[in-house]
Structures are given as structure tokens and as C-alpha cells.
Design a binder for this molecule. Sequence first.
Ligand code: PLP
Length: 377
Amino acid sequence: MTKDRIFLSSPHMGGKELDFIHEAFESNWIAPLGPNVDNFEIELAKYCGIDHCAALSAGSAALHLALIILGVEQNDEVLCSTFTFSATVNAIAYQKAIPVFIDSEKDTWNMCPITLETAIKERIALGKKPKALVLVHLYGMPSKMDEIIAVCSKYQIPVIEDAAEALGASYKGKKMGTFGEVNIFSFNGNKIITTSGGGALVSNNEEHVKRARFLATQARDQAPHYQHSNIGYNYRMSNITAGIGRGQLQVLDEWIGKRRANNKWYQELFSDYDFIDVFKEYNDDLKSNHWLTCVIVNPNNKGITREHIRIGLEKENIECRPLWKPMHQQPIFSEYPKYLNGVSDKLFELGLCLPSGSNLTNIQKQRIETTLKDLLK
Ligand SMILES: *Cc1c(COP(=O)(O)O)cnc(C)c1O
């Protein structure tokens, strides 16, 4: 008997998505603009507590435009979390700019403010003051915002939050994606909510968001004919997929509640195993959306390793994955400047992401629990 696959994070519809799609069909707004796009932008901005939003074709597109808007050009240096998904760095490469990788710290797994300041000082001494910083909140965990913002303000370096994984998470009550000069979200199929594929750029600066809309629709100048004085992109979100997004926003907080409950459940499950740490908030200022629950499998006298657990779960058709391989270790990015402290290398060596969807059923959880307990014997 083959068992159904249990996924890390799969799409989870709320129920209203099709209604919005029907409206789009009935009004023939089958285009990368229309009422669903306009309303999705308004509803998302309101949810986050930010003034302006442009709905785009992908989080990657949003990152690319964010860098352009902040004036990042060829050979400019851009500070960037090394512990992230490659899309963060690809956007920097699209501009032929140079990523400067900054390692993580242990509490949040996100960018270390101390390593960051060391890097900034050294880049400035070399005559290469970084043009911007791309800060990632990985797995939905907020970064140490007070510290990071303090360092960036001191050296006047604008921040782009890559909040692709952190929609709905907050720091001291303020939502992620509202701290930086320009910030981005992703609605890819595996994210906390999805539009099947899509993203958004948000900012409190209206000019930035207007510029994003302009660049995302082929940079057409004001004229009766088609006239262009900038390179443009086709990066807007479709009115169909924006309809999915509107339905998803209605259930976002409920789905986050389910992911947070998954994290609690894993904490309970692993509480008898002192060599396994379940990743969670290190203090109450942080509220993660727990997009994925991750564990660290520390060396132990049973000789149980991360690989032992990973292979064992896969055998039972339960999807799991090592943590993101740091960007400074990636063949394509290994030659770029990097400021390391060993944290992300260690996380990659010992960490594992576990099934965390808001749609995990009790039967699936039972299967995960039985399999894990068997592997940990
Ligand atoms: C998913 C993701 C992106 C890219 O978003 P897409 O919508 O897939 O282009 C960027 N950064 C991080 C950290 C992500 O997880």
C-alpha cells in the first residue's frame, strides 16, 4: 500500500477564492489589472498596516523592482542575508550588483546585527558603501528589528525586507514588511497564502509604489502613443490570481493560527528528546507565523542524525527538507564577499523542515508522530 504524500506546505483554499474569480469572468477583467487587483492591494496594505501596495507577478519580481527603486545598479554592493532562498540573491544579480553576504545569529536565525556592522564598516573603509540591505525573515521568524534598524540608520543604508515567508508575523506588535523603505511578499504555491504565483511590493512612500506599478507595466510614458524612456517589465499580477489572493486574505489569520498550533504540537512531540530543539520565538517581542516548523538535531549519544530522520520520513512519503543551504556555499554565489560567524553553516548541517501546512489533518499528524517516534528510538 502506498501512503499519500504529506507535504511541507501545500495550498489551502478558504472557500471564497472562486467567487472572486467568477466576478472577474463575469465582468471580463481577464487581464493584469482590474477590480480584484485594486482590492487585493487595498486589503493587503490594510492587513499589514502600510500605506501603499503594488500586486506583482512574483516575490522575485517585487525584489527586483525594490532594488531598482532604491537605485541599485551594476557593481553596487547590496548587503544580504546569506541564510535564505536563492530568489533573494538572484534579484541582486539581475541588476548586476554585488551581494555581500551577512551571517545569522542564533536567536532568530536571521541576520546578525553585530556581523552586519562589522561588514558595513569594512565595506565603507574599502570605499564601497553598500547601496541597500535585503533583510530576510526566514521561516516566518521576525529578525531583530531594533538592532538592525539602528545599524542601518547609523550608516544611512535603506532596508528592503524580504518578507516572502513572513506575511502576518510581527515584531513588537508591528507586522513584518512594514519596517523597511520598500518591502516584498510572495504568494507562491508553498507560502503561507497563495495566489498560485504572485508577489507584492509595499511601502509607506507612495512614489516608490507608483514607480513599481510603472516599471511593472512596461514603463510606458504619459503619451497617446506608446513611448518609453525607461526599461520596463511585465511584472503585474493577473486579475484572476488577485481573486485567489482576496479569498486567501480572508483566512490568513486563521491559517496562521493553525501553523502556530503545528509548532506547539511539534514542541510537545519533541519534549522528551533533549537533543532536538524545535525552532520558536526566543522572546515575546517576536510573533512568527511559523510558516515552516524546523528542528535542530544536535549530536547525541544515540547517534541519531538529521539525515537519519530525513531519510526515514521520506521513506514513509512524508516530505521534509534540510534548512536552506546558505548562499555563500552555493556554487553560483561563492565568490562574493561574505561575513561569516559559523551560525548558518551549522544550521544547514543540523536542521530539518517538517510538514507545517495549515491543512495538515489529525490523521496525517498521527502518521508523522508515529514515524518520528519510531526513528528516535
Ligand atoms: C519564496 C521566496 C522568494 C521568492 O518569491 P517568488 O514569489 O517565489 O518569486 C523570495 N525570498 C524568499 C525568502 C522566499 O522564500
